[in-house]
Design a protein around this ligand. Structure first.
Ligand SMILES: [Zn+2]
Ligand SMILES: [Zn+2]
Length: 119
């Protein structure tokens, strides 16, 4: 359904053509713009937040980086312990800034970045 939106930053939406009356809005007293979106997003794309992933030293990590473990890490649910100093090749970032995916000894595991150091 057609509606009218203010693009001055106030987020105003009207069902009929009109002007923005919001104090402090950059477009106050200007005509709202016609919009026909059906999802309430008014044509805006939801922007994915930029995820910055850092190792234990605060060095930014990215896909494909190699890291070493700075701590002995027991693998949950098994007797395996990955030793401090173990090199992990080709990490993959995840949606979580505290974790990276990687493969160690052929097993897919998730490592916490606080235990990693970029090499
Ligand atoms: Zn406005
Ligand atoms: Zn809209």
């Amino acid at each position: 359904m057609t509606h009218y939106i203010c693009k001055g930053g106030c987020g105003g939406v009207l069902e009929e053509m009109g002007i923005c009356e919001t104090d402090g809005c950059a477009n106050q007293w200007q005509m709202m713009e016609e919009c026909n979106c059906g999802d309430g997003m008014h044509g805006k794309k939801e922007e994915a937040p930029i995820l910055v992933v850092k190792d234990s030293n605060g060095t930014v990590l990215k896909d494909g980086d190699d890291v070493v473990l700075i701590k002995d890490l027991p693998l949950r649910g098994s007797s395996t312990v990955y030793k401090r100093g173990t090199k992990v090749m080709n990490i993959k970032l995840t949606d979580n800034a505290d974790e990276v995916d990687c493969r160690l000894d052929g097993a897919a595991i998730v490592l916490r970045t606080e235990f990693l150091k970029k090499v």
